[in-house]
Design a protein around this ligand. Structure first.
Ligand code: SF4
Length: 180
């Protein structure tokens, strides 16, 4: 089995709803998406190493992602209750999604491959982020933010042949693991 096939099998075993390998993936970091990272529109702005300004400029992010040769797009798709428990369900699905992503990244790193995980909901590698007082505690396990990198998640899903939409009752948590 080719390494990427093993990674897809591992992703599905971990519980991701979908996992798609994209050879030669070259992400485009868009300033018009990064512009939503600001004090007024996001409570995470300026609070972690994975949000601006800690994550670097959009140009630095673009340069970083161009150093990778392929990607795996993974999704956790879940049903959301219409009223009671909606927020709790969203939070638990996001937590599960990011725990799976950590596990998958560790699994791939164990084979000697360098990976860069990009996801939704910030970095969950530590209980609290050291930004800005001390350097990142675990730079090798850092979970980068798709939004801070200016990634159009809808376009990425389309490229992977996956659904992505904002509906009332279904959530599509999406992440991308870049592979060197
Ligand atoms: S690994 Fe820890 S210190 Fe580094 S960005 Fe993530 S939460 Fe912050």
């Amino acid at each position: 089995m080719a390494p990427f096939e093993r990674y897809i099998v591992a992703a599905l075993k971990l519980g991701f709803s979908h996992a798609v390998f994209l050879p030669g993936l070259k992400l485009c970091c868009r300033p018009e998406i990064r512009k939503y990272c600001n004090w007024e529109q996001c409570q995470n702005y300026g609070t972690t190493w994975v949000c601006p300004p800690g994550c670097g400029s959009i140009e630095e992010c673009q340069e970083r992602v161009l150093g990778y040769r392929a990607g795996i797009v993974v999704q956790t798709v879940g049903k959301i209750p219409p009223h009671d428990g909606k927020w709790e369900k969203l939070c638990s699905l996001r937590q599960e999604h990011n725990s799976r992503l950590h596990a998958l990244a560790d699994r791939i790193r164990a084979e000697g491959c360098v990976v860069l995980p990009l996801t939704t909901g910030g970095c969950t590698a530590c209980e609290s982020c050291t930004f800005p007082k001390r350097p990142c505690r675990k730079p090798e396990r850092r979970m980068h933010a798709l939004s801070a990198y200016g990634i159009n998640v809808g376009d990425l899903c389309k490229q992977a042949g996956l659904e992505y939409s904002f509906t009332e009752d279904i959530v599509y948590y999406t992440a991308c693991l870049l592979l060197k």
